[in-house]
Design a protein around this ligand. Sequence first.
Ligand code: 3PG
Ligand code: MG
Length: 397
Amino acid sequence: MSAFRTLDSAELKGKRVLVRVDLNVPMENGRVTDATRIDRILPTLNEIAGKGGKVILLAHFGRPKNGPDEANSLKPVAAALAQRLGKPVAFACDCIGVSAAEAVAKLGEGEFLLLENTRFHKGEEKNDPAIVDALALLGDVYVNDAFSAAHRAHASTEGLARKLPAYAGRTMQAEIEALANALEQPARPVAAVVGGAKVSSKLELLGNLTKKVDFLIIGGGMANTFLAAQGKKVGKSLCEHDLLDTARDILKTAAANKCQIVLPTDAVVTTEFRAHAPSHVVSVDHVGEGEMILDAGPKSVAEVEAVLGATKTLVWNGPFGAFELAPFDAATNAVANVAARLTQEGKLLSVAGGGDTVAALNHAGAAEKFSYVSTAGGAFLEWLEGKVLPGVEAIRA
Ligand code: 3PG
Ligand code: MG
Protein backbone atom coordinates (compact mmCIF):
# COMPACT_ATOMS: atom_id res chain seq x y z
CA MET A 1 0.00 0.00 0.00
CA SER A 2 2.98 2.34 0.16
CA ALA A 3 2.15 3.48 -3.34
CA PHE A 4 -1.15 4.97 -2.16
CA ARG A 5 -1.99 7.81 0.12
CA THR A 6 -4.38 6.49 2.75
CA LEU A 7 -6.53 8.33 5.26
CA ASP A 8 -3.63 8.04 7.71
CA SER A 9 -1.94 11.00 6.07
CA ALA A 10 -5.02 13.05 5.18
CA GLU A 11 -5.62 16.45 6.79
CA LEU A 12 -9.39 16.34 7.28
CA LYS A 13 -10.42 18.66 10.12
CA GLY A 14 -12.81 21.32 8.83
CA LYS A 15 -12.18 20.22 5.24
CA ARG A 16 -14.84 19.61 2.61
CA VAL A 17 -14.10 15.98 1.72
CA LEU A 18 -15.49 14.68 -1.58
CA VAL A 19 -15.82 10.92 -1.13
CA ARG A 20 -16.49 8.77 -4.23
CA VAL A 21 -18.44 5.72 -3.12
CA ASP A 22 -20.30 2.93 -4.93
CA LEU A 23 -23.99 3.16 -4.08
CA ASN A 24 -25.02 1.19 -7.15
CA VAL A 25 -27.02 -1.13 -4.91
CA PRO A 26 -29.82 -3.52 -5.84
CA MET A 27 -33.22 -1.85 -5.35
CA GLU A 28 -36.82 -2.98 -5.69
CA ASN A 29 -39.76 -0.59 -5.45
CA GLY A 30 -37.60 2.20 -4.07
CA ARG A 31 -36.07 0.04 -1.32
CA VAL A 32 -32.50 -1.20 -1.10
CA THR A 33 -32.58 -5.02 -1.14
CA ASP A 34 -28.89 -5.64 -0.41
CA ALA A 35 -26.97 -3.09 1.66
CA THR A 36 -23.56 -4.76 1.43
CA ARG A 37 -22.00 -1.91 -0.54
CA ILE A 38 -23.41 0.64 1.93
CA ASP A 39 -22.07 -1.27 4.92
CA ARG A 40 -18.61 -1.54 3.37
CA ILE A 41 -18.15 2.26 3.17
CA LEU A 42 -19.30 3.03 6.72
CA PRO A 43 -15.81 2.78 8.30
CA THR A 44 -14.45 5.34 5.84
CA LEU A 45 -17.39 7.72 6.33
CA ASN A 46 -17.27 7.46 10.11
CA GLU A 47 -13.51 7.98 10.17
CA ILE A 48 -13.66 11.13 8.04
CA ALA A 49 -16.55 12.51 10.09
CA GLY A 50 -14.79 11.55 13.31
CA LYS A 51 -11.74 13.52 12.24
CA GLY A 52 -13.90 16.61 11.68
CA GLY A 53 -14.30 16.39 7.91
CA LYS A 54 -17.45 17.47 6.11
CA VAL A 55 -18.45 14.31 4.24
CA ILE A 56 -19.75 14.97 0.71
CA LEU A 57 -20.64 11.76 -1.11
CA LEU A 58 -20.38 11.33 -4.87
CA ALA A 59 -21.88 8.26 -6.50
CA HIS A 60 -23.56 6.93 -9.63
CA PHE A 61 -26.68 4.83 -9.90
CA GLY A 62 -27.66 2.68 -12.86
CA ARG A 63 -26.81 3.74 -16.38
CA PRO A 64 -28.99 6.77 -17.16
CA LYS A 65 -28.39 7.96 -20.70
CA ASN A 66 -30.62 11.03 -21.01
CA GLY A 67 -30.03 13.23 -18.00
CA PRO A 68 -31.99 13.12 -14.74
CA ASP A 69 -34.75 10.55 -14.30
CA GLU A 70 -36.51 9.49 -11.15
CA ALA A 71 -35.85 5.79 -11.60
CA ASN A 72 -32.13 6.44 -11.26
CA SER A 73 -32.26 8.97 -8.44
CA LEU A 74 -30.02 8.36 -5.43
CA LYS A 75 -32.58 9.91 -3.08
CA PRO A 76 -33.93 6.60 -1.70
CA VAL A 77 -30.35 5.47 -1.18
CA ALA A 78 -29.71 8.52 1.02
CA ALA A 79 -32.44 7.27 3.36
CA ALA A 80 -30.96 3.76 3.47
CA LEU A 81 -27.50 5.20 4.09
CA ALA A 82 -28.77 7.39 6.95
CA GLN A 83 -30.36 4.34 8.52
CA ARG A 84 -27.16 2.23 8.32
CA LEU A 85 -25.03 5.16 9.56
CA GLY A 86 -27.44 6.02 12.34
CA LYS A 87 -26.97 9.69 11.44
CA PRO A 88 -28.74 12.17 9.16
CA VAL A 89 -27.65 12.36 5.54
CA ALA A 90 -28.59 15.53 3.64
CA PHE A 91 -29.36 15.26 -0.06
CA ALA A 92 -28.80 17.68 -2.95
CA CYS A 93 -30.73 17.22 -6.20
CA ASP A 94 -27.69 17.90 -8.38
CA CYS A 95 -24.03 16.93 -7.97
CA ILE A 96 -22.76 20.28 -9.29
CA GLY A 97 -23.97 23.86 -9.51
CA VAL A 98 -25.96 26.05 -7.16
CA SER A 99 -28.00 23.40 -5.34
CA ALA A 100 -24.90 21.34 -4.59
CA ALA A 101 -22.90 24.42 -3.51
CA GLU A 102 -25.68 25.54 -1.17
CA ALA A 103 -25.97 22.11 0.44
CA VAL A 104 -22.20 21.97 0.90
CA ALA A 105 -22.17 25.44 2.46
CA LYS A 106 -24.70 24.30 5.08
CA LEU A 107 -22.67 21.26 6.05
CA GLY A 108 -20.97 21.25 9.45
CA GLU A 109 -17.91 19.28 10.57
CA GLY A 110 -18.71 15.58 10.95
CA GLU A 111 -21.92 15.88 8.89
CA PHE A 112 -22.96 13.96 5.76
CA LEU A 113 -24.33 15.02 2.39
CA LEU A 114 -25.13 12.82 -0.61
CA LEU A 115 -25.15 14.49 -4.03
CA GLU A 116 -27.48 13.27 -6.79
CA ASN A 117 -26.35 10.69 -9.39
CA THR A 118 -23.16 11.87 -11.12
CA ARG A 119 -24.29 10.13 -14.33
CA PHE A 120 -27.14 12.61 -14.72
CA HIS A 121 -24.46 14.73 -16.41
CA LYS A 122 -23.15 13.37 -19.71
CA GLY A 123 -19.68 14.74 -18.94
CA GLU A 124 -19.27 12.30 -16.03
CA GLU A 125 -18.72 9.25 -18.22
CA LYS A 126 -16.66 11.30 -20.68
CA ASN A 127 -14.37 12.46 -17.88
CA ASP A 128 -15.11 15.97 -19.12
CA PRO A 129 -12.76 18.56 -17.56
CA ALA A 130 -15.72 20.96 -17.17
CA ILE A 131 -17.47 18.47 -14.86
CA VAL A 132 -14.22 17.77 -13.04
CA ASP A 133 -13.81 21.49 -12.41
CA ALA A 134 -17.42 21.88 -11.28
CA LEU A 135 -17.04 18.98 -8.83
CA ALA A 136 -13.68 20.25 -7.59
CA LEU A 137 -15.28 23.56 -6.58
CA LEU A 138 -17.24 21.66 -3.93
CA GLY A 139 -14.32 20.12 -2.04
CA ASP A 140 -10.83 20.56 -0.63
CA VAL A 141 -9.86 16.89 -0.53
CA TYR A 142 -10.84 13.80 -2.56
CA VAL A 143 -11.19 10.26 -1.21
CA ASN A 144 -12.00 7.28 -3.42
CA ASP A 145 -13.69 4.38 -1.64
CA ALA A 146 -15.29 2.88 -4.74
CA PHE A 147 -13.01 0.09 -5.94
CA SER A 148 -16.00 -1.46 -7.70
CA ALA A 149 -16.27 1.59 -9.98
CA ALA A 150 -12.50 1.96 -10.46
CA HIS A 151 -12.56 0.34 -13.91
CA ARG A 152 -14.34 3.47 -15.15
CA ALA A 153 -12.27 6.53 -16.13
CA HIS A 154 -15.04 8.95 -15.24
CA ALA A 155 -14.93 12.51 -13.89
CA SER A 156 -15.80 11.43 -10.33
CA THR A 157 -13.52 8.35 -10.33
CA GLU A 158 -10.50 9.56 -12.28
CA GLY A 159 -10.44 13.21 -13.33
CA LEU A 160 -11.21 14.55 -9.87
CA ALA A 161 -8.45 12.46 -8.28
CA ARG A 162 -5.95 14.31 -10.47
CA LYS A 163 -7.38 17.70 -9.54
CA LEU A 164 -7.58 17.57 -5.72
CA PRO A 165 -5.30 16.01 -3.07
CA ALA A 166 -6.44 12.38 -3.40
CA TYR A 167 -6.54 9.47 -0.94
CA ALA A 168 -7.73 5.87 -0.88
CA GLY A 169 -10.63 5.23 1.50
CA ARG A 170 -10.49 2.23 3.84
CA THR A 171 -12.55 -0.06 1.60
CA MET A 172 -10.49 0.86 -1.44
CA GLN A 173 -7.36 0.20 0.62
CA ALA A 174 -8.69 -3.20 1.80
CA GLU A 175 -9.63 -4.22 -1.75
CA ILE A 176 -6.25 -3.26 -3.18
CA GLU A 177 -4.41 -5.03 -0.36
CA ALA A 178 -6.50 -8.20 -0.67
CA LEU A 179 -6.06 -8.33 -4.41
CA ALA A 180 -2.33 -7.65 -4.23
CA ASN A 181 -1.91 -10.46 -1.69
CA ALA A 182 -3.82 -12.79 -3.98
CA LEU A 183 -2.08 -12.24 -7.30
CA GLU A 184 0.76 -9.74 -7.16
CA GLN A 185 2.84 -11.23 -4.40
CA PRO A 186 0.92 -14.35 -3.38
CA ALA A 187 2.07 -17.13 -1.12
CA ARG A 188 2.49 -20.10 -3.50
CA PRO A 189 1.12 -22.39 -4.74
CA VAL A 190 -1.71 -20.20 -5.95
CA ALA A 191 -4.91 -21.55 -7.48
CA ALA A 192 -7.78 -19.89 -9.29
CA VAL A 193 -11.31 -21.22 -9.57
CA VAL A 194 -12.98 -19.84 -12.65
CA GLY A 195 -16.55 -20.82 -13.32
CA GLY A 196 -19.55 -19.48 -15.13
CA ALA A 197 -21.31 -20.24 -18.35
CA LYS A 198 -19.11 -18.96 -21.11
CA VAL A 199 -15.48 -19.06 -22.13
CA SER A 200 -16.16 -16.14 -24.46
CA SER A 201 -16.83 -13.72 -21.59
CA LYS A 202 -13.65 -14.74 -19.77
CA LEU A 203 -11.05 -15.17 -22.48
CA GLU A 204 -8.73 -12.41 -21.31
CA LEU A 205 -9.15 -13.47 -17.72
CA LEU A 206 -8.22 -17.09 -18.45
CA GLY A 207 -5.28 -15.95 -20.57
CA ASN A 208 -3.93 -13.74 -17.80
CA LEU A 209 -4.46 -16.32 -15.05
CA THR A 210 -2.60 -19.09 -16.90
CA LYS A 211 0.47 -16.86 -16.58
CA LYS A 212 0.00 -16.13 -12.90
CA VAL A 213 -1.38 -19.16 -11.10
CA ASP A 214 -0.09 -22.68 -10.50
CA PHE A 215 -3.52 -24.33 -10.77
CA LEU A 216 -6.43 -23.11 -12.87
CA ILE A 217 -9.56 -24.94 -11.81
CA ILE A 218 -12.26 -24.57 -14.44
CA GLY A 219 -15.89 -25.17 -13.57
CA GLY A 220 -19.36 -24.30 -14.77
CA GLY A 221 -20.54 -24.34 -18.37
CA MET A 222 -17.18 -23.13 -19.65
CA ALA A 223 -15.56 -26.39 -18.55
CA ASN A 224 -17.64 -28.15 -21.23
CA THR A 225 -15.95 -26.12 -23.95
CA PHE A 226 -12.56 -27.28 -22.66
CA LEU A 227 -13.74 -30.91 -22.46
CA ALA A 228 -14.98 -30.67 -26.05
CA ALA A 229 -11.64 -29.12 -27.06
CA GLN A 230 -10.02 -32.29 -25.69
CA GLY A 231 -12.22 -34.35 -28.01
CA LYS A 232 -14.83 -35.40 -25.46
CA LYS A 233 -18.50 -35.61 -26.34
CA VAL A 234 -20.58 -33.25 -24.23
CA GLY A 235 -24.03 -34.10 -25.61
CA LYS A 236 -26.50 -31.27 -25.19
CA SER A 237 -24.39 -29.42 -22.63
CA LEU A 238 -23.82 -25.70 -22.91
CA CYS A 239 -20.69 -25.52 -25.06
CA GLU A 240 -19.16 -22.89 -27.31
CA HIS A 241 -18.26 -25.15 -30.24
CA ASP A 242 -16.83 -22.19 -32.18
CA LEU A 243 -14.24 -21.63 -29.45
CA LEU A 244 -12.57 -25.05 -29.35
CA ASP A 245 -9.37 -23.72 -30.96
CA THR A 246 -9.34 -20.84 -28.48
CA ALA A 247 -9.73 -23.29 -25.62
CA ARG A 248 -6.84 -25.36 -27.03
CA ASP A 249 -4.70 -22.19 -27.18
CA ILE A 250 -5.45 -21.51 -23.52
CA LEU A 251 -4.45 -25.10 -22.65
CA LYS A 252 -1.19 -24.61 -24.58
CA THR A 253 -0.39 -21.29 -22.89
CA ALA A 254 -1.07 -22.92 -19.55
CA ALA A 255 1.30 -25.80 -20.30
CA ALA A 256 4.00 -23.38 -21.44
CA ASN A 257 3.65 -21.45 -18.17
CA LYS A 258 3.56 -24.56 -15.97
CA CYS A 259 0.00 -23.79 -14.97
CA GLN A 260 -1.93 -26.98 -14.34
CA ILE A 261 -5.47 -26.88 -15.68
CA VAL A 262 -7.93 -28.80 -13.54
CA LEU A 263 -11.05 -29.91 -15.39
CA PRO A 264 -13.91 -32.10 -14.17
CA THR A 265 -13.38 -35.83 -14.63
CA ASP A 266 -16.96 -36.75 -13.80
CA ALA A 267 -20.21 -34.87 -14.19
CA VAL A 268 -23.81 -34.77 -13.06
CA VAL A 269 -25.95 -35.11 -16.16
CA THR A 270 -29.63 -34.73 -16.86
CA THR A 271 -31.91 -34.34 -19.86
CA GLU A 272 -33.85 -31.31 -18.60
CA PHE A 273 -32.64 -27.89 -17.44
CA ARG A 274 -34.70 -27.53 -14.27
CA ALA A 275 -34.40 -27.93 -10.52
CA HIS A 276 -34.71 -31.53 -9.28
CA ALA A 277 -34.62 -32.98 -12.80
CA PRO A 278 -33.67 -36.68 -12.57
CA SER A 279 -29.88 -36.92 -12.86
CA HIS A 280 -26.94 -39.27 -12.52
CA VAL A 281 -23.17 -39.15 -12.37
CA VAL A 282 -21.04 -40.20 -15.34
CA SER A 283 -17.40 -40.01 -16.34
CA VAL A 284 -16.80 -37.07 -18.68
CA ASP A 285 -15.88 -39.72 -21.27
CA HIS A 286 -19.41 -41.08 -21.24
CA VAL A 287 -21.83 -38.19 -21.52
CA GLY A 288 -24.83 -39.40 -23.56
CA GLU A 289 -25.95 -37.67 -26.75
CA GLY A 290 -29.20 -36.45 -25.18
CA GLU A 291 -27.62 -35.48 -21.84
CA MET A 292 -26.37 -32.18 -20.49
CA ILE A 293 -23.80 -31.55 -17.79
CA LEU A 294 -25.19 -29.34 -15.02
CA ASP A 295 -22.59 -29.89 -12.32
CA ALA A 296 -19.22 -31.44 -11.59
CA GLY A 297 -19.36 -34.89 -10.01
CA PRO A 298 -18.07 -36.12 -6.62
CA LYS A 299 -14.75 -37.39 -8.00
CA SER A 300 -14.04 -33.97 -9.50
CA VAL A 301 -14.92 -32.32 -6.21
CA ALA A 302 -12.48 -34.62 -4.39
CA GLU A 303 -9.77 -33.75 -6.92
CA VAL A 304 -10.35 -30.03 -6.47
CA GLU A 305 -10.31 -30.53 -2.72
CA ALA A 306 -6.89 -32.17 -3.01
CA VAL A 307 -5.58 -29.24 -5.07
CA LEU A 308 -6.91 -26.70 -2.56
CA GLY A 309 -5.35 -28.69 0.27
CA ALA A 310 -1.96 -28.18 -1.38
CA THR A 311 -2.56 -24.50 -2.13
CA LYS A 312 -1.77 -21.38 -0.09
CA THR A 313 -3.68 -18.77 -2.06
CA LEU A 314 -7.00 -18.96 -3.90
CA VAL A 315 -8.75 -16.54 -6.22
CA TRP A 316 -12.37 -17.40 -6.99
CA ASN A 317 -14.62 -16.11 -9.74
CA GLY A 318 -17.82 -17.71 -10.96
CA PRO A 319 -19.99 -20.65 -9.92
CA PHE A 320 -19.03 -24.28 -10.45
CA GLY A 321 -22.31 -25.64 -11.79
CA ALA A 322 -25.89 -24.49 -12.28
CA PHE A 323 -25.91 -23.45 -8.63
CA GLU A 324 -29.29 -21.76 -8.78
CA LEU A 325 -30.94 -25.14 -9.54
CA ALA A 326 -30.84 -27.73 -6.74
CA PRO A 327 -29.31 -30.29 -6.62
CA PHE A 328 -26.90 -28.93 -9.27
CA ASP A 329 -25.43 -26.61 -6.64
CA ALA A 330 -23.65 -29.53 -4.94
CA ALA A 331 -20.15 -29.02 -6.39
CA THR A 332 -20.23 -25.24 -5.88
CA ASN A 333 -21.34 -25.74 -2.28
CA ALA A 334 -18.80 -28.47 -1.56
CA VAL A 335 -15.80 -26.69 -3.08
CA ALA A 336 -16.77 -23.34 -1.53
CA ASN A 337 -17.02 -24.97 1.88
CA VAL A 338 -13.66 -26.68 1.52
CA ALA A 339 -12.09 -23.30 0.69
CA ALA A 340 -13.93 -21.73 3.63
CA ARG A 341 -12.72 -24.44 6.05
CA LEU A 342 -9.09 -24.22 4.89
CA THR A 343 -9.29 -20.43 5.27
CA GLN A 344 -10.67 -20.72 8.80
CA GLU A 345 -7.88 -23.18 9.66
CA GLY A 346 -5.36 -20.55 8.58
CA LYS A 347 -4.08 -22.68 5.70
CA LEU A 348 -5.45 -20.66 2.80
CA LEU A 349 -5.82 -17.02 1.79
CA SER A 350 -9.05 -16.88 -0.21
CA VAL A 351 -10.24 -13.93 -2.26
CA ALA A 352 -13.47 -13.98 -4.27
CA GLY A 353 -15.41 -11.53 -6.38
CA GLY A 354 -17.06 -10.65 -9.65
CA GLY A 355 -20.59 -11.06 -10.94
CA ASP A 356 -22.43 -14.14 -9.71
CA THR A 357 -19.64 -15.17 -7.36
CA VAL A 358 -20.86 -13.54 -4.19
CA ALA A 359 -24.37 -14.94 -4.73
CA ALA A 360 -22.92 -18.42 -5.23
CA LEU A 361 -20.75 -18.20 -2.09
CA ASN A 362 -23.63 -16.79 -0.06
CA HIS A 363 -25.81 -19.63 -1.32
CA ALA A 364 -23.13 -22.07 -0.15
CA GLY A 365 -22.97 -20.34 3.24
CA ALA A 366 -19.24 -19.82 2.69
CA ALA A 367 -18.84 -16.12 1.87
CA GLU A 368 -18.32 -14.98 5.46
CA LYS A 369 -15.50 -17.46 5.93
CA PHE A 370 -13.42 -16.37 2.94
CA SER A 371 -10.47 -14.06 3.67
CA TYR A 372 -11.93 -11.37 1.45
CA VAL A 373 -15.02 -11.09 -0.71
CA SER A 374 -14.98 -8.16 -3.09
CA THR A 375 -18.18 -6.23 -3.76
CA ALA A 376 -16.85 -5.47 -7.23
CA GLY A 377 -18.25 -7.02 -10.41
CA GLY A 378 -16.66 -5.62 -13.54
CA ALA A 379 -13.72 -4.05 -11.69
CA PHE A 380 -12.78 -7.41 -10.12
CA LEU A 381 -12.92 -9.10 -13.53
CA GLU A 382 -10.78 -6.41 -15.17
CA TRP A 383 -8.28 -6.75 -12.38
CA LEU A 384 -8.20 -10.54 -12.96
CA GLU A 385 -7.62 -9.78 -16.62
CA GLY A 386 -4.49 -7.90 -15.60
CA LYS A 387 -5.88 -4.55 -16.72
CA VAL A 388 -4.97 -1.23 -15.22
CA LEU A 389 -7.90 0.28 -13.30
CA PRO A 390 -8.01 4.04 -13.99
CA GLY A 391 -9.63 4.87 -10.64
CA VAL A 392 -6.84 3.06 -8.80
CA GLU A 393 -4.05 4.54 -10.93
CA ALA A 394 -5.32 8.06 -10.29
CA ILE A 395 -4.85 7.79 -6.52
CA ARG A 396 -1.33 6.40 -6.66
CA ALA A 397 1.02 8.71 -4.84
C1 3PG B 1 -21.06 -1.96 -10.60
O1 3PG B 1 -22.20 -2.08 -10.14
O2 3PG B 1 -20.45 -2.91 -11.11
C2 3PG B 1 -20.37 -0.65 -10.48
O3 3PG B 1 -21.13 0.23 -9.71
C3 3PG B 1 -20.08 -0.07 -11.83
O4 3PG B 1 -21.27 0.17 -12.53
P1 3PG B 1 -21.22 0.25 -14.12
O5 3PG B 1 -20.93 -1.14 -14.61
O6 3PG B 1 -22.58 0.76 -14.55
O7 3PG B 1 -20.12 1.19 -14.49
MG1 MG C 1 -20.92 -3.36 -13.76
